[in-house]
Design a protein around this ligand. Sequence first.
Ligand SMILES: [Zn+2]
Length: 672
Amino acid sequence: MTKNPFFDTWSTPFGMPPFDHIRPEHFPPAFDRAMAEHNAEIAIITGSAEAPTFANTIEALERSGCLLDRVSRVFSNLDASNTNDALEAIARDYAPKLAQHQTQIALNRRLFELIDELHARRETLGLAADQLRLLERHHLRLVRSGALLRPEQKSQMAAIAERLAVLHTRFGQNVLHDERDWQLVLDEADLDGLPDFARAAAAQAAKDRGLEGRWVVTLARSSAEPFLTFSSRRDLRRSLWQAWTARGTHQGANDNTPLIQEIVALRAEQARLLGYDNFAAYRLDDSMARTADAVESLLLQVWSPAKAKARAELAELEEVARGEGVNEPIEPWDWRYYAEKVRQAQYDLDEAEVKPYFVLDNMVQAAFDTARRLFGVTFTELSDLPLYHPDVRVWEVRDSAGEHVGLFLHDNFARPGKRSGAWSSRYRDQQTLDSTVAPIVVNNNNFSKGAPTLLSFDDAVTLFHEFGHGLHSLLSRVRYRSQSGTAVRRDFVEFPSQIFEHWMSAPETLRRYARHYQTGQPMPEDLLRRLLAARTFNQGFATVEYTGSALLDLDLHREPSPQRLDLAKFEREFLDRISMPREVGCAIARRISSICSPAAAMPPGITPISGRRYWMPTGTRPLPKPATSSIPSSRRGSKPSTAPETPATQWSSIAPFAAAIRRSRHCSRSAA
Ligand SMILES: [Zn+2]
């Protein structure tokens, strides 16, 4: 074996991981040594003969596990962005070991005694605000991990954590394998309706898969969605849609259905041991929303108006379909296709007309320029750093005084071995405890690569949204690592990204950076006006899709007896109960893929849509129940609601709110 780079100090510029020297076989010994070192550091804290102080306990805890953090971050980022059989095998092997390691520390009796003692007299310790917060968060973390439980309950908690780590890992790998194994191979005769950019992307995907001269559509959103929008081949749209929405639920080796049932049951057991009624109550207790009722109340304010809006949209789609001589009902694989026709008719706006103005590189520059204007930071591309894939690019970030802020890596293209969605993550967190440590941030997207790569309007918003998360990490100014950047409450973390994404559609951004990829000409004012006017188009469909998913997520995690859950039946009955419009598509299995994903340490109410994940921002205190309708719950033994639904006219009052939720991509790895 080559020398293990994790056992050396990295001499790469800015402490960038030496990707050119890191091999899969380096991870197991590095994990083993890192866990042993971490245990030794914890033993020093718990074995000290001195009385506990903030410095010898909390700060010592902050300093512990550095090697483990370094190894884990490189591993988890590579496993998400550029995995292979070797990394996947290591993930399966080490997920339970790492879970066991963390649980043992969290349930270490002596460690908790020390922290508990400090916590009890925290107001008298003369701590600064960040230190007080740090002490409180460490204490709460241990309590929520089971520190106050009896020994036999602690054993149960440990066993559950270990098993969940196994299940979460298998779950994510199953989805990835389904995505990797499935492709729609097309001949020229199958391309009817596809605009040039979609044909070019499909040709490139075919080339990447050794099928030069043909065309391939994959389950990446940036590949599937244009096909569903433009292909006039209903049979192919149906095949694609069914495969897209069934990822991880095909019978066989990649089937996640039994895993979901076990995960939901184990989470409920975990919550019960900790004294909560259900997992939703446990998970949300440490969020700004605090309760499942608060989350549900907020979701319901959107749900009925969104359904009414979707029904109105459906009527328009049916009219267009009838005009084309199609008299069959609209199916989920038809929605995007006919919606695009309605959009063209109502707003005189054609996706194929818009896309040539959204060149990826220009929009990246637009994001950098926006950050410069807002925060004074500049981005300079570096060409001499080792990277893990040729698609990845890296920039040095400096502040207005020219001081180094951190590194920003951009990994923008879909490929086999990269999980779907868009997310922001770090290789290193900012902190200043012993010395100034600058962050190393990576943003991932899954755009179809082209020459040049052209984005949809929605892709460009996603790019900016993730960039907002990236800035949250880059602009962090804290003393302690565990308070760095996006290490905030889960229902706060989307705030900076949601704010930032709005600069993408600011007219001054578009006028300057939305330029035609061939002529370099700015987008004509008339097109710009039509584009911005159409932003709320089809939002009934989008809002129903994610809100229905969020409500399901919440209900599943409030289920009183998940041990005996028949998932298919649960889904069916739930969809009936909330009157989910059939035409929007009930791809619940897809939604559940987020609920049970490895990154699922998130509150219920977070839902994925077609590979992206959306997160539901919730208020700091419970909101009043909406008067218009409610979701009756079988748990409460009530019948389906007959309450009148909010009329479509009320859509306008919630549309901006709904659009904001829609934009809030959940970016799991940016989460604390
Ligand atoms: Zn996000």
